[in-house]
Design a protein around this ligand. Structure first.
Ligand code: KE4
Length: 431
């Protein structure tokens, strides 16, 4: 039955709130009708009207290999033949935990879960249980999933609605959550002066993809590490988006190169680690992880945690991205895209700046790279929305919100990148 995106959207809205199972998909920030995707292949996705788009969302990060990678498909198919879910330990969970530990210095043990929200929520509970403290710091513009204590000035989704917090989150659940401006050393020092010994942790997106693309500055990250160490607070790296995406060792490896001896304490992973299947993880030293049930008093559990099919998908994905040269090639393509967009904008007299690391990128209709959420939200959203639709009309699927990051996969060829830049040239001319 051939049908249109609009017809599907109307039907969906009758039975699913907003017609979507995750708010950002509803195109509320950019307007217009969401595309209902029927299938995907390599760097492309196809909508209900048979239109092809070059995909720069990649399921919001997981599809780093592109869609339908044969080795991943085979691994998932084989896993399915052995069973969908057992609710019992499997060797593959050990293999995935070992693979993560091998790639992330500082992680000695891992717990697998089913979503980034679950991983972030559990990492916070673990940090609180391990330190016996309740307060923690997060940063405006960073999003760590939708667990109540973390839904305070979240940077993803809520940023559009402008709600400082989500409805339904009782005041006393967020009273321990301190929200600071990103990259603001003075605010950080003041918060530690006031609450240092009460802080269980500081949770941060080291390269923030939920306010498009903002890097923690080296001085800020250096000071953050010092303050956490001197006050006994755990430094929690939320690498759900940046992990195995900006580099094989995630943003952590980027900051280890920039800051000698740098190490975070707790890590949160998702997206790429599941290869498109529901799988996420959190990890830390053995000394921190020993607080988790069944060893310790911090409870955490999950029916589908470490699911055998999802772990097969994640392992097959990891196997591909650890191949020599993978990130060099991916980084070069992503850089080519950003430089192409900047060049097209410059030739059209449109202020646009971009940045990228590995397979993750961002760009702003602005004259310099924002260093925090407040600045990101002053960038030209009307122009972004017009650009978004001009590109969508030309078969390029960018993130439908100016505060979201973009993703390039290994399946994107130089020709795909050049075609995207050509579409941008047309879009700028049309704007
Ligand atoms: P999930 O529960 O959506 O798997 O992960 C939550 C999460 C945690 N931490 C970071 C840094 C994240 O980026 C996310 C989820 N990212 C959003 C994109 N901005 C997912 C897309 C969506 O909400 O639909």
């Amino acid at each position: 039955m051939s049908t249109t995106n609009q017809a599907l959207f109307e039907r969906a809205q009758r039975v699913i709130p907003g017609g979507v199972n995750s708010p950002v998909r509803a195109f509320r920030a950019v307007g217009g009708t969401p595309r209902f995707i029927t299938r995907a292949e390599g760097p492309y996705i196809f909508d209900a009207e048979g239109k092809r788009y070059t995909d720069y969302i990649g399921s919001w990060g997981p599809m780093i290999l592109g869609h339908g990678h044969p080795a991943v498909f085979d691994a998932v198919q084989r896993a399915l033949l052995d069973g969908f879910s057992f609710g019992a330990p499997t060797e593959r969970e050990i293999e995935l935990a070992e693979a993560i530990i091998a790639l992330v210095p500082g992680v000695e043990q891992v717990r697998l879960v089913s979503s980034g929200t679950e991983a972030g929520m559990s990492a916070l509970r673990l940090a609180r249980g391990a330190t016996g403290r309740s307060k923690f710091i997060k940063f405006e513009g960073c999003y760590h999933g939708h667990a109540d204590p973390l839904l305070v000035k979240a940077g993803s989704g809520l940023a559009t609605f402008g709600f400082p917090t989500s409805a339904g989150v009782p005041e006393d659940v967020v009273k321990h959550t301190l929200v600071l401006p990103y990259n603001d050393i003075a605010a950080l020092e003041a918060a530690f002066d006031a609450h240092g010994k009460e802080l269980a942790c500081v949770m941060i997106e080291p390269i923030a993809g939920n306010m498009n693309f903002v890097r923690a500055s080296v001085p800020f990250m250096t000071r953050l590490r010092e303050l956490c160490t001197s006050h006994g607070a755990l430094l929690v790296f939320d690498e759900v988006m940046s992990g195995f995406r900006v580099a094989l060792g995630g943003a952590h490896s980027v900051y280890q190169r920039l800051i000698p001896g740098f190490k975070a304490d707790v890590f949160v992973f998702g997206k790429v680690i599941g290869g498109g299947m529901p799988l996420a993880a959190f990890g830390a030293s053995r000394d921190v992880m020993r607080h988790l049930a069944p060893l310790g008093p911090v409870y955490q559990a999950g029916t589908l945690s470490g699911n055998p099919v999802a772990t097969a998908c994640g392992l097959a994905t990891l196997k591909e991205i650890t191949k020599p040269g993978f990130f060099e090639a991916l980084g070069a393509q992503t850089q080519r895209l950003v430089e192409g967009l900047e060049g097209a904008a410059r030739d059209a007299g449109v202020p646009l700046v971009g940045d990228s690391e590995g397979g993750m990128f961002g760009f702003f209709f602005f004259n310099q790279l924002p260093q925090n959420y407040a600045t990101v939200m002053t960038t030209d959203s009307a122009r972004f929305n017009r650009f978004f639709h001009a590109m969508l009309d030309r078969g390029v699927y960018l993130a439908p919100a100016l505060y979201e990051a973009g993703f390039v996969s290994a399946a994107h060829t130089p020709a795909d990148i050049d075609a995207t830049v050509a579409a941008a040239r047309e879009a700028f001319a049309a704007l």
